[in-house]
Design a protein around this ligand. Structure first.
Ligand code: NAD
Ligand code: TYD
Length: 356
């Protein structure tokens, strides 16, 4: 099984990316990680403050839409070995934001992915072994399942039917990655994961939003009838699956990643309320999200059969309880996110010094 010398990770200052940096540094100490992140509203270097001083990790502020930055990073052998793998997580990731303004979803998720693919293809010229490219996508590209057919799940062969601008932009990026493999023989793989939870998730997504609201004594806004179903996976299980796909996946393949952990939003909300000692009076039913997908459910059997991966950290409700405890113990982190103060961190830490 190949272990990579140097992963270029895009979007590593976000929720999953920052957990992935920590996961790789802990489990593959010989693998260097360069984190390329534009630090949008969702990028927060405080997510990685514990890795400062780690020689195997470096941060580069830059945009995946900037071909010059990509060229420089992919051709750079100093002071660490050249990049031999790209894990692409940078994206605009929130469905509600894509409904309000889809433009950044198109420029980052679609154009940015193609710019990155082009840069990797050019960097492959003259190499004996091409750079391996793992594209981190989402189950939302498959669209929505009905509630009345509980045995139906998304397989890798399920036709794509994205319903939100976010999902459509991710489906587009998946198609560009597929085309890069078929047309140019690039060594690409695609993962499609269900909803993640865990530490450092931006408190606009449902679990950290509800937990931090309750800590502050505020109600939780439940969309529509609350019966929409999501399959919840702990972020460290996702990180482990992405690493397995990078190291053991078959070139050109798609791998679904899921937790076998379907919950309706109402059920999720009741569990959070119970774990935090609140009652139903803290639920505020609000207008539904336009086009709200009813149910996501993942069949991750291929990943289990072919690569031997299974979720081990997502047990319910214990993993949810541990996540709630993390937000309770890390009030400084999310309060600085909510107030916007986290944006000062980059300028304080990196002002006047080169980051690559
Ligand atoms: P996030 O919004 O927390 O983080 C995204 C990161 O990308 C941020 O650090 C942001 O600064 C960076 N970024 C955005 N635009 C960029 C650009 N143009 N150039 C460079 N960096 C840029 O997202 P997340 O929840 O960590 O999701 C990471 C990836 O996983 C995304 O591709 C998402 O589609 C996918 N995914 C997420 C989930 C989930 O439940 N969160 C589930 C399945 C798949
Ligand atoms: P979210 O965390 O935004 O993830 P996604 O839309 O990618 O699945 O939402 C998860 C579910 O929670 C989704 O069905 C919408 C619902 N939801 C609410 O009911 N209230 C909220 O305030 C939010 C943000 C989401």
């Amino acid at each position: 099984m190949p272990q990579y010398n140097h992963i270029l990770l895009t979007g590593g200052a976000g929720f999953i990316g920052s957990n992935f940096v920590r996961f790789v540094r802990a489990h593959r100490p010989d693998t260097h990680v360069t984190n390329l992140d534009a630090l949008t509203y969702a990028g927060n270097l405080e997510n990685l403050s514990d890795l400062e001083g780690d020689d195997g990790y470096r941060f580069v502020k830059g945009d995946i839409r900037d071909a010059d930055v990509l060229r420089e990073l992919l051709s750079d052998d100093n002071p660490i070995p050249g990049v031999d793998a790209v894990v692409h997580m940078a994206a605009e990731s929130h469905v509600d934001r894509s409904i309000l303004d889809s433009q950044p979803f198109i420029t980052t998720n679609v154009q940015g992915t193609q710019t990155l693919l082009d840069a990797v293809r050019h960097a492959n010229d003259g190499r004996d072994t091409p750079i391996r490219f793992v594209h981190v996508s989402t189950d939302e590209v498959y669209g929505s399942l009905p509630l009345d057919e509980p045995n139906e799940k998304f397989a890798e062969s399920t036709p794509l039917a994205p319903n939100s601008p976010y999902a459509a932009s991710k489906a587009s990026s998946d198609m560009l990655v597929r085309a890069a493999h078929h047309t140019f023989g690039m060594d690409t793989l695609i993962t499609r994961c269900s909803n993640n939870f865990g530490p450092y998730q931006f408190p606009e997504k449902v679990i950290p939003l509800f937990v931090t609201n309750l800590i502050e004594g505020k109600k939780v806004p439940l969309y529509g009838d609350g019966l929409n179903v999501r399959d919840w996976l702990h972020v460290d299980d996702h990180c482990e699956a992405v690493l397995a796909v990078l190291e053991k996946g078959r070139s050109g393949e798609v791998y679904n990643i899921g937790g076998n952990n379907e919950r309706s939003n109402l059920d999720l909300t009741h569990t959070i309320l119970q774990l935090m000692g609140h009652g139903d009076e803290m639920i505020e039913y609000v207008t539904d999200r336009p086009g709200h997908d009813r149910r996501y459910a993942i069949d991750a059997g291929k990943l289990e059969r072919d690569l031997g991966w299974q979720p081990t950290r997502s047990a319910w409700p214990d993993a949810l309880a541990a996540t709630i405890d993390w937000y309770k113990s890390n009030g400084d982190w999310w309060q600085r996110v909510r107030s916007g103060a986290y944006r000062d961190y980059y300028s304080k830490q990196y002002a006047g010094r080169s980051v690559h």
